[in-house]
Write a protein that binds this ligand. Structure first.
Ligand code: SAM
Length: 271
């Protein structure tokens, strides 16, 4: 039975290539990859001489059909993106979907990934998290994406480019409010660094961020949030529509994960 191997590649440190990765790369009939120059370099460093074909964001639909045909003919293929896991903010998902549709065995190997390193080293709660990947580069779209994430009770994880991070941090503070944040840069490389701070301090600090970056933002935490004023206009609308104060506060509490009693007390100005 032929097999499609999903092979994670180093995110910086070449020593993170596992013996199993080398064994699989050595055994497959050929390698498909996001960028043949990058992957050929890696294969050369590992002393492997394999044919590489390109399958990237812009040709994945067409190229994956060719790869599927060769898998159906009995070939074994490894797929690699430029760094980390294929399919994680990288191409590969179309190929995997087609392989599954064609009953081809899909075997992912374990290995490097930028957001997991960032999360576990961040010091921010890792029990429940949401990996978002890249936010939109346009301010208005980025901020509406953040609006959708604002009330989630999960640690939020983003990839970002160094030339955009200052704008992104400003949008985050504006929409999410001040929260704990860790910027993890150059993971597994010589200049690896974890900047553990909060959004307001980073935005006032004129920091410059160089290299590859992951942003970890603490979850929405209504217990720490003292400011219920955001909800007053919504509450007023419900009161105008005829709801009793108790029912209106219950609705807001359910919709936005806000403490009902604190909101109630805020409205009747007991707090
Ligand atoms: N597939 C990769 C993975 O599994 O992590 C992610 C690829 S995505 C196109 C590239 C982004 O990942 C970068 O812009 C950066 O946000 C993050 N990244 C990759 N390598 C990194 C590193 N060594 N340190 C910090 N972030 C990194």
């Amino acid at each position: 039975m032929s097999e499609l191997f999903l092979v994670p590649s180093p995110i910086g440190n070449l020593k993170e290539v596992s013996p199993r990765v080398i064994e699989v790369l050595n055994s497959v009939d050929y390698v498909a990859c996001e960028d043949t120059r990058n992957t050929s370099k890696l294969l050369n460093l590992l002393g492997l001489n394999k044919r590489c074909v390109s399958c990237h964001e812009h040709n994945e639909n067409m190229e994956s059909d060719k790869i599927i045909s060769s898998l159906l003919e009995g070939k074994n293929v490894a797929y690699l993106s430029d760094a980390g896991y294929p399919c994680i903010s990288d191409p590969g998902s179309i190929l995997v979907k087609k392989a599954i549709e064609n009953n081809i065995k899909v075997t992912p190997l374990s290995g490097p990934n930028a957001f997991l390193n960032a999360l576990v080293g961040s010091g921010i709660d890792s029990s429940h998290f949401l990996f978002y990947g890249f936010l939109d580069s346009k301010e208005s779209k980025r901020e509406s994406e953040l609006e959708k994430l604002k009330y989630l009770p999960y640690t939020l994880i983003f990839y970002e480019a160094p030339h955009r991070i200052n704008d992104t941090l400003k949008s985050m503070e504006k929409i999410l409010g001040n929260r704990k944040i860790t910027v993890a840069r150059e993971l597994t490389k010589l200049h690896e660094e974890f900047i553990r701070s909060d959004l307001a301090s980073l935005n006032r600090g004129n920091s410059t961020f160089i290299g590859e970056l992951v942003i970890i933002v603490d979850k929405y935490n209504e217990v720490e949030k003292n400011d219920f004023d955001d909800y007053l206009p919504k509450l007023e609308l419900l009161l105008k529509a005829g709801y009793k104060l108790k029912d209106a506060t219950s609705i807001i509490s359910l919709l936005f994960n806000v403490n009902k009693n604190k909101l109630y007390k805020r409205v009747i100005k007991k707090d």
